[in-house]
Design a protein around this ligand. Sequence first.
Ligand SMILES: Nc1ncnc2c1ncn2[C@@H]1O[C@H](COP(=O)(O)OP(=O)(O)O)[C@@H](O)[C@H]1O
Ligand SMILES: [Mg+2]
Length: 304
Amino acid sequence: MTSDTDVTPPTLADLAPVGAATRPPPTVGVAAATAPATAGAAAAATPPATLDARSITAWFGDRKVLDRVSLTMPAGRVTALIGPSGCGKSTFLRILNRMHELVPGAALAGAVLLDDRDLYAPERRITDARRQVGMVFQKPNPFPAMSIYDNVVAGLKLTGTRVTRARRDELVEETLTKAGLWKEVRDRLRQPGGALSGGQQQRLCIARALAVRPRVLLMDEPCSALDPTSTRRIEETIAELAPEVTIVIVTHNMQQAARVSDRCAFFLAAHGTPGVIVEHGPTAALFENPQDQRTHDYVTGRFG
Ligand SMILES: Nc1ncnc2c1ncn2[C@@H]1O[C@H](COP(=O)(O)OP(=O)(O)O)[C@@H](O)[C@H]1O
Ligand SMILES: [Mg+2]
């Protein structure tokens, strides 16, 4: 029996027409896209952006794992994605910075707009998309043998951003400060990143992500490998960063979602069906007055 109404999954080449249909005219004034990569560009303030996912459907091979998921993640706010394992939260996050397309057999439909500009527009370079939308993973992944200093600036090379030595020093101090790590490492910037504790490594990864001036920072269960003290430090960091960079965080910890997020989206994939958003809205409303019984059951710990 195939009650499946799925059409053949699109290939990545099919993405262009999907995005093109909603693509606004190119705008000027986006530093990374138009200005030469100089110290000035790296220093320029990059305001947080609104990320708008429209009707995202995702496949791995012929298996559909997300079905028409739409979500607006407002600029300068923290949006939490919650829901049981396997409902497509990480896949959704990877679609938001164009990492999904690196997975063999992966396909998607729909559109992602970064301040109304199509993230998948054919003329937009993939490195530019990833620079503007950074990612921090569940397991801290600094380059272990590389120095703390070099870890922070590693992304500049990858994105082809040239900065002067003096500016690099400034950037290292500034981003480590924002990530809440500067005081702990200022006297040992030349030591390897791998020598830090797990919580410090995660903050180093946040600093590394911030150094390329992203407009959105995606965090996939960033505290699930950390002890409670380190978790608190990361949560404080998130609160401090939010006005400057839009944050989207996946978390399994309901208290954490309630503490750190302004808005919350509840994902669910029932009985092998693709993941959908059951309900989303202001975090307090979702927790205190959910509109859907399934949201209620999840946030009160009845399943998942
Ligand atoms: N690389 C992959 N190849 C095939 N299937 C995958 C891959 N990554 C995830 N999936 C499947 O996609 C679904 C959603 O996974 P995921 O996005 O990791 O969910 P979550 O982050 O909510 O736990 C799951 O059924 C998972 O098994
Ligand atoms: Mg996940």
